[in-house]
Design a protein around this ligand. Structure first.
Ligand code: NDP
Length: 433
């Protein structure tokens, strides 16, 4: 906190992780202190901050700031998404990069933790402006990444279109056709099922968690927040597994649709037309549109926060408990505040932390890296089956770690311990670096 005072989200993420690791840290305190293991863990290996100048359609030049944080490469090349959103700053990127270390470790695949992005706001920009920005961003970023060193992907504001422009510019500068980004289009090295992976994986994880607690998704109503990549495919898989998602939201309002969200309509509005959620309500007679926040006041059995950090706060958690919710599974990164998480857990709500339950996206990105290295493309069914296996395995490991350390059913502690142990073991084995 003293060294980096203006990074509250990063401090929040570190506090949440280290507090839940208390038992492991206390048991190894002497060695961790001597080797400064925790100090090394919370300090990124390196971080880049760079200028991104670009020209808009009227000829005006703008300057944004770009970031890439290579947090921890103990178990593999740095891996983590790029976020384009006006709220981006170094603290946000560091919080995301720090979480990514443990998430990537939990997948069981050889990927280290990193994250990047820019305070650029893609909203309302033309295709050409988006391309101009992406090309300028990659001109600098290309100096620090590579298929065996650091492999970025998408995140908020960075989807298939942006990854395409970024990849094109990397190839043009480096003259290399390599799997340097994941989330690519299917015609140039992308993996089938990557688009669906985070949302589908979230539901596979939730399903495993519910089953282990003698519950099922079938017949349950669900609140989903967000209406981006994660939310859309969480809704689609929830429907396929027999649940009924009745809401979605964006940064200006939310939808309550008691008949169940029409996911094809939602895709058309968000992915094809790139319109606001008001268009969903206009096209769907059963749906109500509400301005502002409030999605957590809907009565349902399950809740899936899939928009952004700190979107589910203590008063929202109280509303969920009051309405009889039995499980909350995070699709977004750190959407639930620490107080809200504790309140839910104290009130017997099953709680799946994002670093475990949303790991399906990065796991499938790692599968994309494998396919690129082999110069092969697997079928949708192959990738989806691997994803399902990975998510079920993550649940088993998280559950087992929680039990082993006396925190049965506390999946927050379980996820942190399971993710941490592998990284620390690798760091220890590699000496003081
Ligand atoms: P998208 O950009 O596709 O969608 C983000 C959604 O969240 C949009 O509906 C957006 O609304 C809403 N949103 C963004 N910022 C805010 C805000 N400040 N307040 C309220 N709503 C907001 O992103 P993704 O779906 O990819 O990502 C969502 C979350 O999931 C993020 O936390 C991301 O880090 C995490 N995640 C994503 C993965 C992936 O594979 N995509 C993998 C793992 C985690 P609007 O359109 O109005 O901005």
């Amino acid at each position: 906190v003293r060294e980096n005072p203006d990074e509250p989200e990063f401090h929040q993420a570190v506090k949440e992780v280290l507090e839940s690791l208390r038992v492991v840290i206390e048991a190894n305190e002497e060695q961790y202190r001597k080797d400064a293991l925790l100090e090394r863990l919370v300090n990124p290996e390196r971080q880049f901050k760079f200028r991104v100048p670009w020209v808009d359609d009227s000829g005006q030049v703008h300057v944004n700031t770009g970031y890439r944080v290579q947090f921890n490469g103990a178990i593999g090349p740095y891996k983590g998404g790029l976020r384009f959103h006006p709220s981006v700053n170094v603290g946000i990127i560091k919080f995301l990069g720090f979480e990514q270390i443990f998430k990537n470790s939990l997948t069981g695949l050889p990927i280290g933790g990193g994250k990047g992005g820019s305070n650029f706001d893609p909203k309302g920009k033309s295709d050409r402006e988006i391309m101009a920005f992406c090309q300028s961003f990659m001109t600098e970023l290309s100096k620090y990444i590579g298929a065996d060193t650091d492999v970025p992907a998408g995140d908020i504001g960075v989807g298939g279109r942006e990854i395409g422009y970024l990849f094109g510019q990397y190839k043009r500068i480096k003259g290399l056709y390599e799997g340097v980004l994941t989330g690519k289009g299917l015609s140039f090295g992308g993996s089938l099922a990557r688009t669906e992976a985070t949302g589908y994986g979230l539901l596979y994880f939730a399903n495993a968690m519910l089953k282990a607690n003698d519950e099922t998704l079938e017949g349950k109503t669900a609140i989903v927040s967000g209406s981006g990549n994660v939310a859309i495919y969480a809704i689609e898989k929830a429907i396929q597994l027999g649940a009924k998602p009745v809401s979605c939201s964006d940064s200006t309002g939310w939808i309550y649709d008691p008949e169940g969200i029409d996911v094809e309509l939602l895709k058309e509005i968000k992915e094809v037309k790139r319109e606001r959620l008001t268009a969903y309500a206009e096209a769907r007679p059963s749906a109500e549109y509400h301005d502002g926040k409030g999605v957590w006041t809907v009565k349902a059995d399950l809740a899936f926060p899939c928009a952004t950090q700190n979107e589910l706060q203590l008063e929202d958690a109280k509303a969920l408990v009051e309405n009889g919710v039995i499980a909350v599974a995070e699709g977004a990164n750190m959407p639930t505040t620490i107080e809200a998480t504790e309140y839910l857990q104290e009130n017997g709500v099953l709680f799946a932390p994002g670093k475990a339950s949303n790991a399906g996206g990065v796991a499938t990105s790692a599968l994309e890296m494998s396919q690129n290295s082999q110069r092969l493309s697997w079928t949708f069914e192959e990738v989806d089956a691997k994803l399902q296996g990975i998510m079920e395995n993550i649940f088993l490991n998280v559950d087992a770690a929680a039990k082993e350390y006396g925190f049965d059913k506390n999946y927050v502690v379980g996820a942190n311990i399971a993710g941490f142990k592998k990284v620390i073991e690798a760091m220890n084995a590699q000496g003081i670096v």
